[in-house]
Design a protein around this ligand. Sequence first.
Ligand code: NDP
Length: 603
Amino acid sequence: MSESIQVTDERRRELRERYLLERDKRLRADGNDQYIEPTGRFEGITDDPYTPVVEREAVHDDVTVAIIGAGFAGLVTGAALEKAGVKNVRLLDAAGDVGGVWYWNRYPGAMCDTAAMIYLPLLEETGTVPSAKYVPAHEIFAHAQRIAITFGLYENALLSTSATEVSWDADIQRWRITTDRGDNFTAKYVATGTGPLHRPKLPGIDGIDTFAGHAFHTSRWDYDYCGGGPADVPMDKLGDRRVAIIGTGATAVQCIPKLGRDAGELFVFQRTPSSIDIRNNHPIDPEWFASLGPGWQREWLRNFTLLQTGGYADVDLVMDGWTDIAQRVRDRVAARVMAGAELSPETTLAAYEESDDEKMEEIRARVDAIVTDPTTAEALKPWYRQLCKRPCFHDEYLQTYNRPTVTLVDTDGQGVDRIDATGVWANGQHYEVDCIIFASGFEVGTDLSRRSGFQIIGTSGSSLEEYWAPGMRTLHGTHVDGFPNLFVLATAQAANLISNVPHNYVEASDAIAAVVAHAEEIGAATVEAGRSDVDAWLQQIQGRQGSVIGSPDCTPGYYNNEGKPLEGDQQLNGGAYIEGPVAYFEFLEQWWKSGEFAGLHFS
Ligand code: NDP
């Protein structure tokens, strides 16, 4: 970890003022609406560039469980069902293979910021040894494929296939699923694992449609145009090209070092800098790995979650940037309480702010230590709390700005002015480029059906989207009243552990498999959460607004709905179990292991 910096009270006051100033600069009346769906010139930008669609007969059959989405949520659920003895499970995905975001995101340098030992699910079950502490995207994609092979999930899968509607057929007590490939099949149960960040969005910049050069989104990387390949094969066609990249979020931070290395010239258009902490990657020693005893991965998962959410453990197994900040906060809270302060949200917040100031000063000092041009270094410093935006960890990103062929075009929070046929305008200056890469992220917080591409119609004939319009309503983030035999695989209204998203799915999938196995065992046709049970669950959820992540004090971004606080019950849309992820996982395990499944009604 980086060296600790002491922050004086005066400096703290300066930081508070500067953070608010930088936030205010970026607040926009249009919020989420500043982004546009890829249409017109960008119509095909979300098509699958990696797998040709193979003609096949339409499917008209019945399965036990249809899982929509074949990313880690779908895969671990499929695996858990298989382990529980449930047969006839079907994965369905628009992508040409399993893997979800790790199928789509093949941009150069793509890797996961969360340690592979905990991020990659089912390592023990698949006999997998990660190559390094943090592994590249192509290794994660290969792991997803390995899960599908190990648990026989390919056989019944429908890939390159998008669901168009999922509706409850009361006569046969089955879900009916239609797709864009003409399929029309039924399933006793449906699980949706469509992911929080998969629908690419574009910035609604004036003139974006008029650009006459080449353009693509980072999640559909165009290796035909760039040359090279995802396993760090240099992009040999970029050597004489002028490339623009718009956006400096977690994706851009990973691909900019590769673009900086390979492009003739690179222009990085920045609206808000990311915080870049140390990466410190290292290979995993297979001998050490082999010495881990059975059940090690669950122990690592729980250890990380415990430390990352302020708990105490004898040892920090993962030791990374996530556990570092959390332990600093925890130790400060303890010191304050020892000095007589009450253990309260205010004490925790004050301790958090102190630790965060220290961490962010270190991050800003790191920029000065690495970036040689002082103006560029100043522009790369983030002025917000670390958890306001996705924290980034990289050991080559900042160094890239020392290359003579790389130009940072900082827009002081305002973004690109406009785009024309030949390039990009920013700060009143025109930059002529051959190619624009949009590292502009994914839709979050827009309508559910717009993101997933299909409606789910429940017993009342209304869609889930309509039902949730006033605010999301679930039991455990998974079960919805009025939508029998449906399991939502997401993070909200449950642990909402964003530092290690697959962990949420691993725990949820065990519970879902137990529910399905129980329903099958007792011969139940349906299983559904009661309305009052959902109401009672919602009492145990804390809205995002109350937490450090998603705070309206933060500089705008998808974590805080672009700076627009959610209202009423919608505050619970990104909410979490009030006692935190560790308590939630323990609660859930006891809940399904008890075999009583309180809150669910089998009939
Ligand atoms: P983000 O939404 O985080 O970033 C979008 C970027 O585009 C921001 O820098 C944004 O600026 C910028 N932008 C938007 N409009 C304009 C404009 N008009 N002019 C200039 N810049 C603009 O998307 P990412 O794809 O980077 O990341 C999405 C998420 O994916 C991450 O938060 C993370 O959860 C996940 N991810 C995880 C990785 C991992 O290691 N596990 C790696 C990569 C991604 P501004 O900040 O000002 O809004």
